[in-house]
Design a protein around this ligand. Structure first.
Ligand code: IPE
Ligand code: IPE
Ligand code: MG
Length: 246
């Protein structure tokens, strides 16, 4: 069965962001340790990347590790970082085959050396790709991102590089980690939680939100298709009235 068959190609979300949640509970349901859930979440990442390419999505951003996730038990953090390294090594081939360009947002200098190095290497190797941009949010926190932008802009004002009056949304955008990405059109969160958890607060101002009640390792093409179809049935008014849109 082709779940993507009745997706309208003329009305695709250009930028999909996903909060990949529920790995721990998925493992617990099976009587396993949380890290078993993370290991199984990797399959869902690969299939989602490939399916977004197939559908024709331009930007896919995945919440992979938050600034708050550093507070988790050391074993879990270490396993996640190891998984990141092994997945990057393995998926380079997938990125090449699918013309995917890898990008990262977050405080990537705070990642362990190996993870930081592997990440930069794959970004470099896929730099020339012209297909979908896949952004991994790693050690990412939206409040930290905004705080950093405020600091950089303040320094420019102090040094007379820009004036206070010139600060507008474009200037703020250019100081965010996401400066080279468009606003999010569709934000998906798995696991049944209805919250944003410090993800892209500025960039989701007018995103359509979609919450789905499956844990991340079970997020298959069927759910991705459902999310996109739900998006396509919504009227995005951006503050205007329905009549004004027509
Ligand atoms: C999401 O799954 C993965 C990360 C946050 C790294 P969780 O690990 O949060 O799984 P739950 O939400 O505890 O089930
Ligand atoms: C958000 O999930 C972070 C990622 C998916 C990487 P969390 O599981 O950390 O969020 P909370 O703690 O339930 O809000
Ligand atoms: Mg969680």
């Amino acid at each position: 069965m082709d779940f993507f068959e009745d997706i309208d190609k003329q009305n695709l979300p250009a930028h999909i962001a996903i909060i990949m949640d529920g790995n721990g509970r998925w493992a617990k349901e099976r009587g396993k340790h949380r890290v078993f859930g993370h290991e199984n979440g990797v399959h869902a990442v690969r299939s989602t990347v490939e399916n977004c390419v197939k559908i024709g999505v331009d930007y896919l951003t995945l919440y992979t590790f938050s600034t708050e996730n550093w507070k988790r038990p050391k074993l879990e953090v270490d396993t996640l970082m190891k998984l990141l390294v092994s997945s990057l090594k393995k998926e380079l081939e997938t990125f090449i085959k699918n013309n995917v360009k890898l990008n990262a947002i977050g405080d990537i200098e705070s990642l362990p050396k190996k993870a930081n190095h592997e990440l930069k290497e794959v970004i470099e190797k896929t730099r020339g790709h012209t297909g979908m941009t896949l952004t991994l949010a790693l050690s990412y926190g939206s409040r930290e991102e905004i705080k950093n932008a405020v600091k950089q802009i303040s320094a420019k004002v102090k040094n007379n590089i820009i004036s206070i009056e010139s600060i507008d949304e474009t200037i703020i955008n250019t100081h965010l980690y996401t400066h080279n990405l468009p606003d999010v059109d569709l934000l998906i969160r798995t696991s049944g939680e209805h919250r944003i958890s410090n993800f892209l607060l500025w960039q989701i101002a007018y995103a359509e939100l979609y919450f789905v009640d499956v844990f991340w390792p079970d997020f298959t093409e069927q759910y991705l298709a459902q999310a996109i179809k739900s998006y396509q049935n919504r009227e995005r008014r951006f503050g205007k009235t329905s009549e004004q849109l027509n």
